[in-house]
Design a binder for this molecule. Structure first.
Ligand code: ACO
Length: 399
């Protein structure tokens, strides 16, 4: 540690902290985490009192505005979000330029970046209404972009939003409907109808992902935001950071891994692989930078999984493998000594599969859920008169 305050009066101590394990880069009033006691609160409210108890849109409002909305504000927000859910036809043409089988995360990043070409509200952020419109617009469009990115990747005609449907139901509709918007296929009798149980489950999953203070993607959003870049560009950079398998991309990898394990009897050999320091294999969905004890989001999701086991007909083979992995890891000294517990990504996959959500859409679901958090963090940065451009230092070790 070197004191450089004589050279740079605002800098304090010069510290070398790879991965920023103990460096706070901002002050924030949005999300509180106590990693040792497994606590997570949005604006002072425990996550267990929000997920499944308030709608995801109300929780988004809480994150972006500091308090839960009144019934009237909540209704108006719902209506506004429905009406802002459409995307410009130019964005749809952009999808066409991308190759078939493009990962939906690649398309979502490109489409979100492209939104900055359509909206100029960022030039009027001193106007409170323009500020709010800009926030609600990106929140409203994310499910549309996600569903269209997926349908484009499999070559199925895109489905436009239906203003008669709530945010989460609308997303399932745009993902599932037959071309033309029908939910039933009369020829073969198959049925894509959406149930309230499904909407509530996905809504709770969105809420559990909605913010997590200065994680890698949120830090990225703040860093890009600090350069005065367009807010949608900052959100697009959050999508890029989230895609990696050490972060939001882990949920897709958890499902791949559970399928790869294939049977409860194979669990011990995969646990041994995860402990082998000569093998880069990691148990996906285990470990967290801040939680060295149980992840409260994972606990809530596990409860949801148990509740939905029957009603959503969850895949019991996958559940058995997941349970065996969890039990084996939690009773193993390697995992105990390092504080490696299941994280949120470990439990979301089995529920998402039961909601007929394809595995490539797991990380896009994380994007939809995390969008209000990114917006709230970006807005907090913008309103902080002390905020500076993010510009870390380095320890030069070259020639
Ligand atoms: N499987 C096996 N060993 C692990 C795992 C794992 N999943 N995670 C960490 N370890 C080990 C490391 O090898 C290291 O061991 P060592 O001390 O003997 O060298 C020790 O635990 C500490 O690991 P770090 O990588 O230093 O911990 P860090 O806090 O930097 O990383 C991370 C956290 C990235 C989440 C890590 O635990 C990981 O890669 N997990 C798997 C991916 C995953 O599930 N990501 C989702 C995170 S939650 C989210 O983003 C929503």
């Amino acid at each position: 540690v070197v004191d450089i305050s004589t050279f740079y009066k605002d800098s304090g101590m010069f510290t070398f902290d790879p991965g920023y394990t103990s460096t706070a880069a901002c002050e924030s009033k949005i999300t509180f985490i106590d990693g040792e006691n497994s606590e997570l609160k949005y604006r002072g409210i425990d996550i267990a009192d929000l997920a499944g108890k308030h709608s995801f849109l109300d929780v988004s409002y809480l994150l972006m505005n500091g308090e839960l909305p009144t019934a009237e504000v909540s209704k108006n927000l719902d209506l506004e979000i429905r009406h802002r859910s459409f995307v410009d036809e130019g964005i749809i043409r952009l999808f066409d330029a991308l190759p078939d089988r493009a990962h939906p995360m690649a398309t979502m990043g490109a489409a979100t970046m492209a939104l900055s070409a359509y909206y100029k509200d960022h030039l009027h952020l001193e106007d409170e209404e323009a500020f709010k419109t800009m926030q609600n617009r990106i929140l409203a469009k994310m499910p549309t972009i996600a569903a269209m990115a997926y349908r484009n990747s499999i070559g199925t005609p895109l489905i436009y939003p239906d203003v008669d449907r709530y945010f989460t139901e609308n997303f399932l509709y745009m993902l599932r409907a037959y071309p033309g918007g029908k939910m039933k296929h009369l020829a073969d009798g198959s049925n894509q109808e959406i149930t309230q149980i499904e909407v509530d489950a996905l809504d709770a999953i969105f809420t559990l992902h909605a913010d997590h203070e200065q994680n890698a993607s949120t830090t990225t959003v703040r860093n890009v935001g600090s350069t005065q870049a367009h807010p949608y560009v900052a959100i697009a950079s959050g999508i890029s950071a989230l895609w990696g398998s050490a972060h939001g991309g882990a949920n897709e990898k958890v499902m791949d891994q559970l399928k790869m394990i294939g049977d409860v009897k194979n669990v011990p050999s995969y646990i041994a692989k995860a402990k082998d320091k000569n093998d880069p294999f990691r148990l996906m969905g285990f470990g967290h930078r801040v939680y060295k004890n149980r992840d409260p989001r994972a606990e809530t999701l596990k409860g949801l999984q148990d509740k939905l086991r029957e009603s959503l007909n969850l895949d019991s083979k996958l559940l058995d493998i997941a349970k065996a992995v969890e039990e084996a890891a939690l009773s193993d000294n390697y995992f105990k000594e390092r504080g490696l517990y299941p994280n949120i990504d470990f439990y979301s996959g089995v529920i998402l599969t039961a909601l007929k959500i394809p595995v490539e859409m797991f990380t896009p679901i994380f994007v939809i859920g995390r969008t209000p958090g990114w917006i709230a963090q970006w807005a907090e940065l913008k309103r902080d008169p002390k905020h500076k451009i993010a510009r870390p230092r380095q320890l030069y070790t070259g020639k």
